[in-house]
Design a protein around this ligand. Structure first.
Ligand SMILES: Nc1nc2c(ncn2[C@@H]2O[C@H](COP(=O)(O)OP(=O)(O)OP(=O)(O)O)[C@@H](O)[C@H]2O)c(=O)[nH]1
Ligand SMILES: [Mg+2]
Length: 607
């Protein structure tokens, strides 16, 4: 049998550095596509949601062959909510390609993923991407990256990292900026030279740690991991060292490896390769699969604790069931239970006396992606304001903090500094250069919920704000909510241009004419602090104005439209986001005006 040589590599970076584009190009240049197969753009971001948003949500494995060597490539998500997933992946690869944008330089998430790679003892390859940009400053970015390696405690060997420059979009890599720009061959060459081959352990006992879970309607739960030693065979008996330290004897059913973009069934797979197998319904992250009676557990992979929660409630709006088919608690429960099978870091708890669940996750995106998936499957839900999860450390209350990097024209710095101070942010670092101020902050996650839109407004869209989870620190004290009051619809009806026009003199509307609303639904933002019950469905009684919802005699400003995440960030404690397949509405928890007033009075709640 021919000795199989495998290289496992992950592509890591900050959001939008071009990871998926690079993996697409690697696939394109390795001939995995059949001649007559149409090459779609962004094959890596294959999920609908990913294509729409242009970001990677799920890490993906693919494999290519180059000069007889199999290269398993993992495309990772760049968003901070998925850091722990990237960390798990880093544990299964031999090296990482760290992409850094040639003009932006290292960003917050670059630091996070690099740190995890260095801790794991990997020797990263630095890939300065997007050298086609007008404002590229590749050499400077190399120096900045070097400083980052050093600052993160890289060993001498790690500091001696190889560097490539490239244009992922055009499938180009070069060793020197002035080299002829042809293809990705320099990257392939470097990978093969850079990674040490695995010693041949095919006849030794199996050892394989699970780093990813999957689920298939026919095969059930799937475990994925790198075989660190030996051979895995279809139908073989194994001993699994479980998360709780016990050992269970069980059996593997089918074995799959990646070839190109497909998962291909095999009779056996060897050391070094990344495999997926079925047959063990209880398999979980970090568990080690071994030959029977040769149990050698690998160091357990910690699953990071959730930092944020939202209540997923049954949709109790008068419009329930208008567009969704799946609306009952039972259906929601079954769906969430299924999600738990594979979505690591997600937790569920029942809510006392309310129809719904508290769903805990790693951040707003982690949870809103789940909501977005459910809504596309036909679910309707009401969701409460995201709340951070406190922890108790030595009897003291701790809360999650984010590291925030802000860059903005100098003229806005003062405003933003005072806004972040009000949110209990702590400035770590500030520099100003060429009219631009860069500030690094540590801010309680609580203070950042809902802040992004205010930031965009205050900087007239010219500032950038990047955040990533830092750590838990002692509770920072009260943060006052600065949101204005809202316009609440008085009764059920259809909105009219006439009343929207008059309301828009006192605030910003969220609905256009001819939209159906219900009592308690939020239709706009008041320019003052108080909530106001309004009637957006009133029509003018005069005869000389056409009584139509789209009366063109009245010039209306475009209403503010919310994405799911924006709506979740916007709402207050006494409000909910109603999510259905074809609408996102914002409402008061208590829809009836009298009931609401009574309840607030009892609670002494100022609204
Ligand atoms: N100018 C230029 N743009 C590029 C290059 N490579 C990628 N891009 C663009 O950068 C954007 C982001 O690319 P992606 O590949 O989705 O980035 P990513 O790192 O996978 O992003 P996440 O998965 O969201 O973290 C896309 O619009 C690409 O077309 C390049 O070499 N030059
Ligand atoms: Mg991507």
């Amino acid at each position: 049998m021919k000795k199989q040589t495998v290289i496992n590599v992950a592509v890591i970076a900050h959001v939008d550095a071009g990871k998926s584009t690079l993996v697409d190009a690697l696939l394109g240049q390795s001939g995995v596509f059949h001649e007559n197969e149409v090459i779609v753009e962004q094959v890596m971001d294959s999920n609908d949601l990913e294509r729409e948003r242009g970001i990677t949500i799920y890490s993906k494995n693919c494999a290519i062959e180059h000069n007889g060597i199999k290269i398993n490539i993992v495309d990772t998500p760049g968003h901070a909510d998925f850091s722990s997933e990237v960390e798990r992946i880093i544990k299964t690869v031999d090296t990482v390609i760290l992409l850094v944008d040639s003009s932006e330089g290292p960003m917050p998430q670059t630091r996070v993923v690099l740190q995890k790679s260095l801790e794991q003892g990997l020797k990263p390859i630095l890939f300065i991407n997007k050298i086609d940009k007008k404002d590229e400053r590749a050499e400077e970015v190399v120096n900045m990256s070097f400083d980052l390696f050093a600052e993160l405690g890289a060993t001498d060997e790690q500091l001696d990292f190889p560097i490539l420059y490239g244009i992922a979009k055009e499938g180009i890599a070069v060793s020197e900026m002035e080299d002829e720009r042809v293809d990705l061959e320099p990257l392939f060459k470097l990978l093969i030279k850079h990674v040490k081959p695995y010693p041949d352990t095919r006849n030794e006992p199996l050892q394989l740690q699970i780093s990813t879970l999957g689920y298939d309607d026919y095969l059930g739960r799937l475990g994925t991991g790198r075989i660190s030693r030996g051979t895995i065979k279809k139908g073989m008996s194994v001993s699994v060292s479980k998360r709780d330290g016990t050992v269970v004897n069980t059996k593997i059913s089918q074995v799959f490896v990646n070839e190109g973009l497909s998962r291909v069934e095999k009779e056996e797979a060897y050391f070094g390769d990344i495999v997926t197998f079925s047959g063990i319904p209880t398999i979980s992250i970090g568990e080690t699969v071994c030959t029977v009676d040769h149990v050698e557990a690998m160091e357990m992979i910690e699953i990071e604790k959730p930092t944020l929660a939202m209540n997923f409630l049954v949709n109790s709006s008068p419009f329930v069931g208008r567009s969704g088919k799946l609306v009952t608690t039972r259906q929601i429960r079954a769906r969430l239970k299924k999600e738990l099978e594979t979505n690591i870091g997600l937790e569920l708890t029942e809510l006392d006396g309310i129809d719904g669940y508290k769903v805990k996750g790693r951040g707003e995106l982690h949870l809103s992606i789940l909501l977005e998936k459910m809504r596309r499957e036909g679910f309707e839900l009401s969701v409460s304001k995201p709340e951070v999860l406190y922890r108790e450390v030595d009897g003291e209350k701790y809360e999650p903090f984010e590291k925030v990097n802000i860059s903005l024209p100098d003229e806005f710095a003062g405003t933003i500094i005072s806004q972040i101070n009000l949110r209990q942010g702590r400035m770590q670092h500030m520099t100003s250069e060429n009219g631009y101020t860069t500030i690094e902050y540590l801010v309680p996650s609580r203070g950042l919920i809902g802040y992004r839109s205010e930031f965009i407004n205050s900087t007239k869209g010219r500032g950038s704000l990047e955040k990533s989870f830092a750590d838990y620190y002692p509770f920072a004290g009260d943060i006052i909510n600065h949101r204005n009051g809202v316009f609440i619809a008085k009764e059920k009806g259809k909105t009219m241009a006439y009343s929207l026009f008059h309301l828009s003199e006192r605030g910003k509307m969220f609905v256009e004419p001819a939209v159906e609303v219900y009592a308690g639904m939020i239709v706009g933002l008041n320019s003052r602090k108080n909530d106001l019950v309004v009637n957006p469905c009133k029509n003018k009684q005069l005869t000389n104005v056409r009584a139509s919802g789209t009366d063109d005699a009245v010039k209306l400003l475009d209403p503010r439209r919310f994405t799911l995440e924006e709506a979740l960030e916007f709402i207050a404690d006494d409000e909910l986001v109603e999510i259905t397949p074809d609408a996102i509405r914002i409402r008061k928890k208590i829809l009836d005006e009298k009931d609401r007033k009574r309840a607030y009075k009892q609670l002494n709640y100022e609204a």
